[in-house]
Design a protein around this ligand. Structure first.
Ligand code: SF4
Ligand code: SF4
Length: 320
């Protein structure tokens, strides 16, 4: 294994960073808000993450297979944060809409102090076992989430000082129950990622990760985000069925100038739709203009909002 020793708590020259997918680790106790804040902002003090930064060429020693003595141990006490592409894959697998899948198989949690909406994988009733775990193993293996694919690696998006770019770095996650580290197989991080089908997952989740990182980096400087921006974040992250309906509305086409071919492609292809949802979020949240807007439509919408707000103020005044 090669890599450089780093001190996370000293920030190690990073302008900001985000552990994604957050570690799929065991939790000995129920998490408090302060624990959650620590996990999102700093690697916890007793973290199983090994303090060595790895890249795609770094070599690790690890193997996981059905005959191993700890088979399924990592799925029996889970803490898995879900990412948008995880939800797309899993809801398609079981034939539910996004909102049905989210309602049945996830638990909401706040990703930051502004309550940016996050989702964790649900566990079986009265247990900390993953809902998809069966005696013979994972029942959704081909569509398992990114965090399950990464384990026993952790991945982190880091923005280095004076850089706008977010880089991917990796860490080994060593937990006592996981015997995969004692297996003789040696391979590079890149080979491990390929074996787990992570390229597609990372490609699909990368823009979203950048949005989360950027939104969090902005922190108190832009104040508390509006309820509307949180609703948009929620829909664009976790509800592609609703987002598809949204871009088919007159209100959307009044403001945004999508050409007919692009609109058709988005209606047919949910992967494309998710990438477009991230562009839309970046435009709405950070003003990164990649979707053409219609000046007349924007003016008409602003005027409509102004009239609605004036009417509501008048109604409040009349009531007093
Ligand atoms: S989705 Fe599958 S691999 Fe992931 S924790 Fe659940 S059972 Fe285990
Ligand atoms: S080797 Fe590690 S990842 Fe594989 S089943 Fe055992 S605990 Fe899970």
């Amino acid at each position: 294994m090669h890599g450089s020793q780093i001190d996370y708590r000293a920030r190690a020259g990073y302008a900001d960073r985000l552990i994604l997918p957050p570690m799929r680790t065991r939790c000995a106790k129920k998490m408090t808000q302060s624990d959650l804040d620590n996990i999102k902002h700093e690697i916890p003090h007793q973290s199983p993450l090994q303090p060595v930064e790895l890249d795609a060429d770094s070599e690790i020693q690890f193997d996981c297979h059905k005959g191993i003595s700890c088979f399924n141990a990592c799925c029996r006490n889970i803490d898995i944060t879900l990412m948008p592409y995880d939800i797309l894959r899993l809801k398609r697998r079981v034939g539910l809409t996004s909102s049905q899948w989210v309602a049945n198989f996830t638990v909401p949690y706040p990703m930051d102090a502004h309550e940016m909406p996050g989702l964790k994988m649900a566990t079986k009733a009265g247990s900390s076992e993953c809902v998809f775990l069966r005696e013979e193993g994972c029942s959704v293996y081909e569509d398992r989430p990114s965090a399950c694919r990464y384990y026993a690696l952790g991945s982190m998006g880091v923005r280095r000082v004076a850089s706008a770019k977010v880089d991917d770095i990796y860490f080994l996650v060593k937990e006592p129950h996981c015997k995969g580290h004692d297996e003789p197989k040696r391979l590079t991080v890149g080979q491990y990622r390929n074996s787990q089908g992570l390229e597609k997952y990372d490609e699909m989740n990368r823009e979203w990760r950048d949005i989360v990182l950027k939104k969090r980096s902005a922190g108190p400087t832009i104040g508390k985000p509006s309820a509307r921006s949180m609703q948009l974040f929620d829909m664009c992250s976790y509800d592609m069925d609703n987002f598809r309906d949204f871009i088919a509305t007159d209100g959307f086409s009044q403001v945004f100038a999508l050409d007919a071919d692009e609109q058709t492609a988005l209606m047919k292809d949910e992967d494309k739709l998710l990438l477009f949802a991230c562009r839309f979020l970046k435009q709405v949240l950070f003003g990164e203009m990649t979707i053409a807007v219609k000046a007349d439509g924007c003016r008409a919408r602003l005027e409509k909002r102004r009239r609605a707000s004036a009417t509501s103020e008048q109604e409040n005044a009349d009531r007093e």
